[in-house]
Design a protein around this ligand. Structure first.
Ligand code: FES
Length: 153
């Protein structure tokens, strides 16, 4: 698992990208996935802004536009629950509201816009891996699948 990074590690990651705006999203991805708590901190935003010669507001604005990025620390298993109308129109949509209320010490639940797999809906992404909720008969089964996807059991 990634650890909390130092300023030098952030700088090293940033320098792996040309300091041009079109590389901003790639830098966000790399920084976020390299950070232990899988988020982009206020301090990181300052480094990003300096490197790309943008204001902190511009960086934060871009960051907060995309639901795949977080500015708050997250748990080790990130479950993004599609909350777009199409997934809500599907059979088994009850799993969405039940998952959104889930309290688990390992699992971070967050809502997201369309994950691009509407035909399998409703869907979730577990650390980026898409899982259709169609096949499940209980939330417990879904939680078991989430954990086995990450831990391989
Ligand atoms: S609406 Fe849910 S994946 Fe597209």
């Amino acid at each position: 698992m990634p650890e909390h990074m130092s300023n030098n590690q952030w700088e090293k990651i940033l320098k792996s990208f040309p300091p041009r705006r079109e590389y901003l999203l790639q830098a966000f991805h790399k920084l976020q996935e390299s950070e232990e708590n899988q988020y982009i901190s206020e301090e990181m935003i300052e480094h990003i802004a300096r490197y790309f010669k943008l204001t902190k507001g511009e960086v934060f604005g871009t960051l907060s536009y995309y639901t795949l990025f977080s500015t708050k620390p997250r748990k080790s298993i990130i479950v993004q629950v599609c909350n777009s109308p199409l997934c809500h129109a599907m059979d088994k949509k009850k799993w969405i509201s039940q998952l959104l209320q889930l309290q688990d010490k390992e699992i971070h639940i967050e809502e997201t816009a369309c994950l691009g797999h509407c035909e399998k809906g409703p869907v979730i992404a577990v650390n980026g891996q898409i899982i259709s909720l169609q096949e499940f008969t209980s939330v417990q089964e879904i939680i078991k699948k989430i954990k086995s996807t990450v831990h391989g059991k």
